[in-house]
Design a protein around this ligand. Structure first.
Ligand code: G3P
Ligand code: CA
Length: 294
């Protein structure tokens, strides 16, 4: 009699564990899907609104508030430049030296994250643009990529530039994208001026859309046949573009994303020439032009 009770208890326990486990797995899956905003694939005919360093025309570049503002202004992508600190943390910063956008000085690659986090990354903006100054910006920090992904997660699309061709940094970056499900959810475009870096990424992750950035005056003589082997498109300075060059690059079966377009007049011109994406410090201005154009 006792043995029967024991076995029925064990069977009951196993059934409860299986039902409970399935429910929890489904719930986690649901939460993930509920958060994920539909990704915008490169092949869509939508012109991508890429918030250059966030909405950096309104808030200090590469800060959480700049990214938050960009999202509120309906940018399709948050453009983020990344570097690595001396202790291996990935941070959002354009220059390799912190002097221009913080109250510190020196190369970020020689600083620890603790040292970097002590710097004020907002006051410079209030001084440089008094008409846009906001007390909120005083003392704001340089964000880590982890903080950005924790804040915005699958709610945003990310257009991330690897500034320094460093295989260790690139591998760390790619594993972070994996950890946050940004590759499988098609939420990231990777860009770089370094073809070597992009080829390294393409060899490991064929599905990630890559953009080969071209320096000013490089676009006319670039080897597009070679670029097409690993990239989906090119990032070109708008000052170098004209209708003929846009058509030439499209003929090479590559997307044209252009940087950095801030006046309404130039935005309209880029739309007329048929570019596929526009980097801008003013995503609200571009969103309005794109909605008038749709
Ligand atoms: O990444 C596109 C554009 O931002 C390239 O120029 O100097 O602003 O990073 P830069
Ligand atoms: Ca950039």
């Amino acid at each position: 009699m006792k043995t029967t009770w024991k076995w029925s208890f064990i069977v009951l326990f196993v059934v409860i564990v299986i039902i409970g486990g399935t429910y929890l797995w489904k719930a986690e899956e649901k939460v993930r899907n509920v958060n994920s905003v539909s990704p915008i694939s490169l092949s869509s005919d939508k012109i991508l609104n890429i918030a250059h360093r966030g909405a950096s025309g309104y808030a200090p570049e590469h800060t959480l508030i700049a990214y938050q503002s960009a999202q509120q202004m309906n940018a399709d992508y948050l453009e983020i430049d990344i570097h690595m600190t001396a202790d291996g943390e990935l941070v959002a910063l354009h220059d390799e030296d912190v002097s221009r956008t913080t109250n510190g000085s020196g190369l970020v690659e020689y600083m620890s994250l603790t040292e970097l986090k002590k710097l004020d990354a907002g006051t410079w903006f209030n001084i440089a643009y008094p008409e846009k100054a906001d007390d909120y910006y005083v003392g704001i920090e340089v964000p880590t990529l982890e903080e950005i992904f924790d804040n915005f997660g699958l709610h945003s699309n990310y257009y991330i530039e690897i500034k320094d061709p460093d295989p260790v940094m690139t591998d760390k970056f790619l594993s972070m994208l994996e950890d946050y499900h940004l590759i499988e959810e098609n939420k990231v475009i990777i860009q770089s001026f370094s073809a070597e870096t992009l080829e390294q990424i393409h060899a490991k992750y064929e599905s990630i859309p890559l953009i080969q950035l071209l320096y000013k005056d490089e676009a006319k003589s670039a080897n597009y046949n070679q670029i097409r082997q690993y990239a989906s498109g090119v990032g070109v300075s708008y000052q170098e573009l004209d209708q003929e060059l846009v058509q030439k690059i499209h003929h090479e079966d590559l997307h044209v994303h252009t940087y950095t377009v801030n006046t309404a007049e130039d935005m309209v011109q880029m739309v007329r020439w048929g570019v596929d994406g526009i980097f801008t410090d003013y995503p609200d201005r571009l969103a309005e032009i794109l909605s008038n154009n749709s």
